[in-house]
Design a protein around this ligand. Sequence first.
Ligand code: MN
Length: 212
Amino acid sequence: MSMLREPVGCVVDPVGGGLVGHSRRYEKKIRDLSGIYRDVAAFDACVKKVGDELAYYVEDFRQSEDAGDLIFGTTWMAPGRIGAEYFMTRGHIHANGNRPEIYYAQSGKGVMLMESPEGATRLVELAPQTLCYVPPYWIHRSVNTGSDPLVMVFCYPADAGQDYGIIAASNGMASLVVADPDGGWHTRPNPDYAPRSADSAQRIYNQAEGGK
Ligand code: MN
């Protein structure tokens, strides 16, 4: 049995966000993102109006989920707001927590919102040609703070996995990215946030080598 896989080149559409030659695509409609916004009334009103519209889609290329392999692809995210919060991805931590990720912004403007297991917040502003490093163990979510689609290329270890439940378990991330009246944005504490206990933070580090 050959160890070899075939090399490929995949073309990125820097505006439309597609990856020509992708092996998988998934979409999130606005109605699929219930629970991630603090302003539930604004979310419900938005779903009534445009719930079937695309919030974001991902196209990726994955040959395997083997340790040492890579998965890469593109994310396209619509601009918009739910109350004061911007459109954003559901967000996750890697199930194998010590796996990092790289994002490279192609078009639009946004923020990579990151949170440590202990609840510290970090932001990296995203603009075309920004290369963002998400280190191991950071929960991450991208936020479209601009008025155009946000398009990014990403690459992560093929065995990283995603845990989407971690954010919901704390009633959201510790910090919200919200719009200013003047068109800018700022962060403020999430009033509903329930910090992880020291034990559950430690469990994230313990998962690094696949342990529980
Ligand atoms: Mn990730």
